[in-house]
Design a binder for this molecule. Structure first.
Ligand code: BGC
Length: 333
């Protein structure tokens, strides 16, 4: 007899079975993207720590697509995970999927990026405003003494709540300097989906509009810094214009060593990802993990933890990023 499987049945047979229990909880981890180096590290640390604690993790990555991420979360819910950990592509679009999780009584932890207007249980992240302050502060400490500094600002994805917080931190430092006439913003824009090619276009537009006379490019992360630096390279300006970043990506640390990028902000991902795994497992087991702060997401004061960040340039790359084992010294030469 010929056996024919309908697609839904085929899916059920092929999808790894998950049998949740308090001792062996199942965690659904929904990521926006795995394109940037950092998210691969987040995933690897999270999964390793969760497994150590006896949990299983089902990982989904949405390739910067809201519809796909909502589908990912809904599929994790229907597979009966005990807890959801979500890095939203779009902090506002995720609200709908979280409603389904609430209905299924599955606790939700927002990881790194906040989910807005939703009933989430925890928010674990870095101090994102401090990231922006570190970036702008780096430029502010190096202003030309005899004239107004001309700066370009490249923000992150407008759909990412963090991008707004990085900007807010930068504003905290830059606004008083702009008011005092010490800094002039010659061009600014948001890099959609944090894409390096979008940052490159913004940098090209800045040079076309404002000329080559630019002192600083305050960029919100390393991926987009790479795009901006590519545009500067093509103009023979790389290394002459101070560029900021964030994440301590390997390529960015190499650029810092070479002098084409001035600084990055190092976020000890291992700490955050393993903390998140511990919190997720505790929540799945019905415990109430301790938090140190709350943040209003439009629906509630979300119990939160904000990890510290470290500004890194050529002078402390070895004593921070390398000393921490985040990169090997030989990879930075
Ligand atoms: C993260 C950054 C990252 C950016 C792009 C932000 O929400 O906090 O570390 O570089 O997203 O993925």
């Amino acid at each position: 007899m010929k056996i024919r499987l309908v697609p839904a049945l085929l899916f059920l047979l092929l999808a790894p079975a998950v049998f949740a229990s308090k001792e062996k909880p199942v965690i659904g981890l929904s990521l926006d993207t795995l394109k940037e180096e950092r998210w691969q590290r987040d995933r690897d640390t999270f999964v390793a720590e969760a497994q150590k604690l006896g949990a299983t993790v089902i990982v989904q990555s949405a390739n910067s697509d809201d519809i796909r991420q909502i589908r990912d979360v809904e599929s994790l819910i229907s597979r009966g995970v005990d807890v959801l950990v979500v890095v939203p592509h779009n902090g506002a679009a995720m609200t709908r999927a979280i409603k389904s999780a609430n209905e299924a009584k599955i606790p939700v932890i927002a990881y790194d990026r906040l989910i807005l207007n939703a009933n989430i249980d925890y928010y674990l992240t870095f101090d994102n405003v401090k990231v922006g302050e570190a970036q702008a502060g780096y430029a502010a400490a190096r202003l030309p003494a005899d004239r107004k500094a001309r700066i370009v600002r490249i923000y992150g994805a407008p759909t990412d709540n963090n991008a707004k917080l990085f900007k807010q931190g930068q504003d905290n430092v830059l606004q008083p300097l702009i008011t005092a006439g010490k800094v002039e913003v010659v061009h600014e824009d948001w890099a959609l989906d944090w894409k390096p090619e979008n940052a490159k276009k913004i940098m090209n537009a800045a040079i076309t509009k404002a000329g080559r006379n630019i002192d600083f490019v305050v960029v919100s992360n390393d991926g987009t810094a790479g795009g901006a630096i590519q545009a500067l390279l093509e103009e023979g300006l790389a290394g002459k214009v101070l560029v900021t970043g964030q994440d301590a990506d390997l390529a960015a640390c190499q650029r810092i060593q070479r002098g084409t990028q001035a600084m990055t902000v190092y976020k000890p991902l291992k700490q955050l990802a393993s903390l998140a795994a511990r919190v997720a497992v505790d929540v799945a087991r019905g415990l109430k993990p301790a938090t140190t702060a709350t943040l209003d997401n439009g629906t509630k004061a979300v119990p939160s933890i904000f990890e510290k960040v470290i500004a890194v340039d050529k002078t402390n790359l070895m004593t921070t990023v390398v000393a921490d084992g985040f990169h090997q010294a030989e990879d930075l030469r």
